[in-house]
Design a protein around this ligand. Structure first.
Ligand code: PLP
Length: 442
């Protein structure tokens, strides 16, 4: 009997007892290559000595001080690092304990900004049907997965959805990138106008879609066009980089590659790399100034915001990424990973698409490559790939999301930034065996 209330109380899990670099070790001594970093969290792998030492030092000196009374050196230092690295005028960092909290804070800040700027009627949020923004009630309300929301509908704020940018499935035959992006921008514009041009608070999107569909990057110019539509109607752009940010795509902020600056960005997972729970919301000068000049108080807060030990861990993570030039490695190993997957799966009829940026890579499984027909959802192929991979000492993140009522099977790969050429070959070799075993009965 276990007293921990696990997310799947009927399941039986191995006990993780140790981590060494790319590898997690269970209670029986079995070793697993961590090719998904949990859910794109452990970007430095496990047991990183400089991060461990930084945490030890900070806990000994000052573990925590409440933000009603004090700021701390680690919080100030980390905020300065992030503000310097973030695009344009994203200069103001509010620390939280994870991704859902960062998204909740972003929604509330967007709303408060409009109230304080004399536009209290702006109350609607527009998100995309293919998206995951977290499991707290606000984040759940705006998320795209209807099946996650269903049971909780009476508790949720009103949210509105538009199409995702999902070229593999949703770009029409013969449609160019430019035409596809224009169609999506028109859809957003119509949605804003149908809700009332002065009623919409913000449009929120994952820069690269993670948990619903396995590392789906936007088509070129998508975010520039969406930004232009938002600007036309005074709608804020919130980018959720909880999964895709902090170096995962080869850039510290994924939106750097898209040449777009959001009004607010949410980050988490890779920020603390799993060594401490930490997230952050970063906003632009304009939003910050509206609060400072207005009420002077952001109506929000949690006990653990700006946690000194969590901030110290995140500083050490950021230093390791910079000192060891890991973003270069992310870009190179990411190219290698996608190329190796394409080669390895070239004859695998159940692999429909391989995509992503940096070490953020998705594999979409299908019943038939030509028609792109999804696999029968009752087969739960994504879960079978996970189980077959674990048998072979490999951890990959499976997803069986619903996209506009259609079930899809996806595998997310998000290996630590320290992965070597050999690690990538090893991951692809084991995954190819796991997929072959999982689809054998499909
Ligand atoms: N936003 C995105 C894009 C995510 O992928 C996730 C988690 O997977 C969240 C928000 C929620 O983060 P957390 O699980 O830390 O609350």
């Amino acid at each position: 009997m276990t007293h921990v209330f696990h997310r799947n109380p009927r399941g039986k899990l191995p006990v993780a007892v140790a981590g060494e670099g790319m590898v997690l070790i269970d209670h029986e001594g079995k070793r697993y290559i961590d090719a998904s970093g949990g859910a794109a969290v452990s970007c430095l792998g496990h047991g990183h000595p400089r991060v461990v030492e930084a945490i030890r030092k900070q806990v000994g000196q000052l573990a925590y001080a409440h933000t009603s009374f004090f700021t701390t050196e680690p919080a100030e230092e980390l905020a300065a690092m992030l503000a310097a690295a973030a695009p344009g005028s994203l200069n103001h960092v509010y620390f939280l304990s994870g991704g859902s909290e960062a998204v909740e804070a972003a929604l509330k800040l967007a709303r408060q900004y409009h109230v304080e700027s004399g536009q209290p009627q702006r109350q609607y949020f527009i998100a995309r049907r293919q998206s995951y923004h977290g499991n707290t009630l606000g984040a759940l309300a705006i998320g795209g997965n209807a099946w996650r929301r269903e049971m909780f509908m009476p508790l949720l704020i009103e949210a509105h959805h538009v199409s995702p940018c999902y070229a593999y499935r949703e770009r029409k035959d013969g449609e160019s990138d430019a035409q596809y992006v224009q169609r999506l921008a028109d859809e957003l514009e119509h949605k804003i106008l149908s809700l009332g041009a002065d009623k919409v608070a913000a449009f929120i999107a994952e820069t690269v879609v993670g948990a619903t569909a396995g590392a789906v990057p936007p088509v070129a110019d998508y975010f520039r066009k969406m930004r232009a539509v938002c600007d036309k109607y005074g709608v804020l752009l919130i980018l959720d980089e909880v999964m895709s940010g902090m170096g995962r795509t080869g850039y510290l902020f994924a939106c750097e590659e898209d040449g777009v600056q959001p009004d607010i960005v949410a980050i988490a997972k890779g920020l603390g790399a799993g060594y401490q729970p930490i997230g952050a919301m970063i906003c632009s000068d304009r939003i910050y100034e509206a609060i400072v000049q207005g009420s002077g108080f952001f109506q929000h807060g949690h006990t653990y915001i700006g946690h000194a030990t969590a901030c110290a861990a995140a500083i050490a993570v950021q230093n390791a990424i910079r000192e060891d030039q890991l973003l270069d490695n992310v870009r190179q190993r990411g190219e290698q990973l996608r190329a190796a997957l394409r080669e390895s799966f070239s004859e695998q009829a159940h692999v429909g698409d391989i995509r992503g940026r940096g070490l953020f890579v998705g594999v979409e499984l299908v019943a038939d490559r030509a028609s792109k027909a999804p696999l029968d959802p009752s087969l739960r192929t994504h879960a079978r790939v996970k189980a077959e991979a674990m048998k072979r000492g490999l951890l990959v993140y499976p997803m069986g999301g619903t996209i506009d009522g259609r079930r899809g099977d996806h595998i997310l790969l998000a290996p630590p930034f320290i992965a070597t050429r050999q690690d990538i070959d090893d991951i692809v070799g084991r995954l190819a065996e796991a997929v072959a075993a999982a689809v054998a009965t499909a």
